[in-house]
Design a binder for this molecule. Sequence first.
Ligand code: E4P
Length: 220
Amino acid sequence: MELYLDTSDVAAVRRLAPIFPLAGVTTNPSIIANGKKPLQVVLPELQEALGGKGRLFAQVMAAEAGKMVEDAQKLRAIISDLVVKVPVTAQGLAAIKLLKAEGIPTLGTAVYGAAQGLLAALAGAEYIAPYVNRLDAQGGDGIQTVKELQQLLKLHAPGTKVLAASFKTPRQALDCLLTGCESITLPLDVAEQMITAPAVTAAVEKFEQDWLTAFGMPGL
Ligand code: E4P
C-alpha cells in the first residue's frame, strides 16, 4: 500500500518520516494557505523533509482546462515529478485528458461519487481521491463509495488507483484499507492518533515504574 501525509507542515513531515512508511505528501490549496508559505518555498522544503524520496502532490487553482494545464506546468517547474491534483469538474476532466497527453501525472480530486471518479480515471488520471469523511458528513457513505470506485476501476480503468482522502479518525482509515484500498492520505492528527494511544503510554510507564521499584535504577 501507499501511505501519504496530507499536510504542508515541514517540521511534522521531518519528524514522522523516520516513523511512518511514507510514500509522500499530499496537499490542497486550503492546506497550503493554512501554512502561509508560498508553494515555491514549501514544496522543496517538503521534498527535503522526505529525504528526497516520495511523491509530492499539489493542486491547480484555475477553473478552465487550458489554465489548469498552465497551472500544472507551473507546479512541475517547482518539483519536476510532482503529481498534479485536478478537481474533477467538467473542465477538470478536459484538463486531465490534456495533461495525460503531455505525460503529466494527475490525481482527480474533490471526488464525491464513484461515477465522477470513474470518469476521471477514464480521462487518464493516475489516482482518484474520494473524500471519505466529507461524504459521511453530508449523509453519504464514504467507505461504500471507495468500495464501488475500486470495483469500477478494476473493471474499467485498471491503470488508475484510489488514493482515499479526508479522514477524521483512524477507524475511518482502517475501514477504508479493509476494503482493499491501496493508498490513503492522512491528516497529521489522525496519523498521530495511530501511535499515541493513552493506554500504550500508560503500559510503558508501568513497566518502567515496576522496574525502578524492583531494581532501584532505570534501564538494563
Ligand atoms: C484530498 O485530496 C483533500 O485534500 C483532503 O484530504 C480533504 O480533507 P478534509 O476533508 O479533511 O479537508
